[in-house]
Write a new protein. Structure first.
Length: 445
């Protein structure tokens, strides 16, 4: 009896006749043999056609199959440790083959293509094994995020996408017409999370957020997913302790569940295995001192120029890269200058030029993956900050109310999904971590 299976189940069917539905990923052959690499979404399987067993007609048809032809292949499963594929170690001796569609010319061949060409063909590029592996890592990271928070007493409460006011500064707002007044796509769910914690204690939102980022970098998308936990009765130290547990859980879960995908991506795992609490914590002041030392020590004039920074300025990606090189784990940088951060961060006691913010920087040059802070507690301090940032006070009255009716110390953070996927997968550009990425220059396909 023939059983319909998917490739990821192959090990359970050694010696049996099975049918696999899928697409032809690649093909090689010589003489009486053709080796098909079949993919079905769950894995990649080598299927072997042997002319004397199949007869000349079918064998010739197989030889004419183009890349991405859709097929149903039936045959017997054989164990062979040399057999390539995912999971690998098994191959199919073809006995029957139904051709659903034979594809002539497929745009993406095994040869090297430029990334713009591949992005234009994103709808097809997703089928390539590397892209396939990245998306599978992404789904595991999403699941790990949800599992960790659900298991730790957080309630998943959704926040609106259409908003009347900025959460993260007015320079990256996507504006839309909301009947007869302007509205914006949400840059963050945080402000609503702060209302939600006063009702539910610990909450998170997890979904797409939007920023009209005019910069073209390998870390910026205009639509990205962010998970934002927010916690009542939580200060900056509690927040860092939570973040390190959270990030370690995500990394260790992915290492366990996506070993094959990370191997396919040729990810060096040594840095990731090390991602366990505690993470080093340095202040912004110390980070600036370290950067000045690094800059003094370099003889490279280009580096010297790139690493220029004075107290009060925000880090650029060269600064983050150099800082993280000094540690073998993600590193917390806390206490940034108030002027470079969003309006809602609690001032440092007796040092109002510094705020209770914390960023988590990933190693190996991946830079900021988390931004978070303790939030302002005092309504008057908050009103002053809103005015200083020239935000229209009337849109924030409800947010100020949260400080009028039972204000408490509270904190939260946002972790960017795509940057986290890029780091864990070892992919240099975030565009490959989103199935259909949106950037300054691209919203197609
Ligand atoms: O540091 P950000 O702007 O922080 C916030 O939005 C806070 N409201 C979060 C909070 O406290 N609830 O963004 C948080 C993270 C960044 O560290 C980064 O990982 C990601 O979101 N991020 C982006 N990812 C891709 N493309 C962009 N344009 C991003 N902007 C931020
Ligand atoms: Mg940030």
């Amino acid at each position: 009896m023939t059983v319909d299976i998917t490739i990821n189940q192959i090990a359970k069917f050694e010696g049996q006749q099975v049918s696999v539905k899928g697409w032809l990923y690649a093909k090689t052959g010589k003489g009486k043999l053709q080796f098909l690499r079949l993919r079905d979404g769950t894995g990649i399987l080598q299927a072997v056609a042997f002319r004397p067993e199949l007869g000349d007609d079918l064998f010739e048809n197989i030889k004419r199959l183009g890349q991405e032809s859709s097929l149903v292949v039936t045959g017997t499963v054989r164990a062979d440790e040399r057999a390539p594929g995912i999971p690998g170690g098994y191959e199919l001796g073809i006995e029957r083959l139904e051709i659903l569609q034979n594809v002539g010319e497929y745009p993406i061949s095994p040869k090297d293509h430029g990334v713009e060409f591949l992005m234009d063909n994103r709808h097809l590029w997703l089928r390539s094994s590397k892209q396939w592996a990245i998306m599978r890592v992404r789904t595991t990271i999403k699941r790990a995020i949800i599992d960790f928070l659900d298991d730790n007493g957080f309630l998943n409460i959704d926040t609106p996408i259409i908003t009347p006011a900025a959460a993260e500064g007015t320079s990256t707002l996507f504006e839309l017409e909301y009947f007869d007044e302007p509205a914006y796509l949400a840059q963050s769910g945080q402000l609503y999370n702060e209302a939600n914690i006063m009702a539910f204690g610990k909450v998170y939102c997890f979904g797409p957020t939007f920023r009209a980022e005019k910069s073209k970098t390998r870390r910026h998308l205009t639509e990205f997913w962010m998970v934002e936990p927010e916690i009542a009765f939580c200060d900056l130290d509690d927040l860092m302790a939570l973040e390190e547990e959270f990030v370690a859980y995500i990394v260790q879960t992915t290492l366990k569940e996506r070993a094959a995908e990370l191997a396919l991506l040729e990810r060096d795992l040594t840095h990731l295995e090390n991602v366990k609490p505690p993470f080093p914590r340095i202040s912004y002041d110390e980070a600036i001192d370290r950067l000045h030392e690094i800059r003094d020590e370099t003889d490279d004039p280009e580096q010297k120029e790139l690493l220029k920074i004075e107290w009060g300025e925000d880090f650029g990606s060269p600064h983050e890269t150099e800082l993280t090189k000094q540690f073998d784990k993600p590193v917390f940088v806390y206490g940034y200058p108030t002027a470079v951060k969003a309006f809602y961060m609690e001032p440092w006691p007796d040092r109002p030029e510094v705020c209770k913010s914390v960023d988590l920087l990933a190693p190996e040059g991946y830079g900021e993956i988390i931004g978070g802070s303790e939030r302002m507690r005092d309504p008057d301090v908050l009103i002053e900050a809103i005015n200083r940032h020239q935000l229209p006070l009337e849109n924030y009255q409800w947010y100020i109310d949260l400080r009028r009716y039972g204000t408490v110390t509270h904190s939260g953070f946002g972790l960017g999904l795509e940057r986290t996927v890029a780091w864990i997968s070892g992919i240099s550009h975030v565009r490959e971590t989103s199935p259909f990425p949106r950037t300054l220059n691209r919203m197609r396909p």
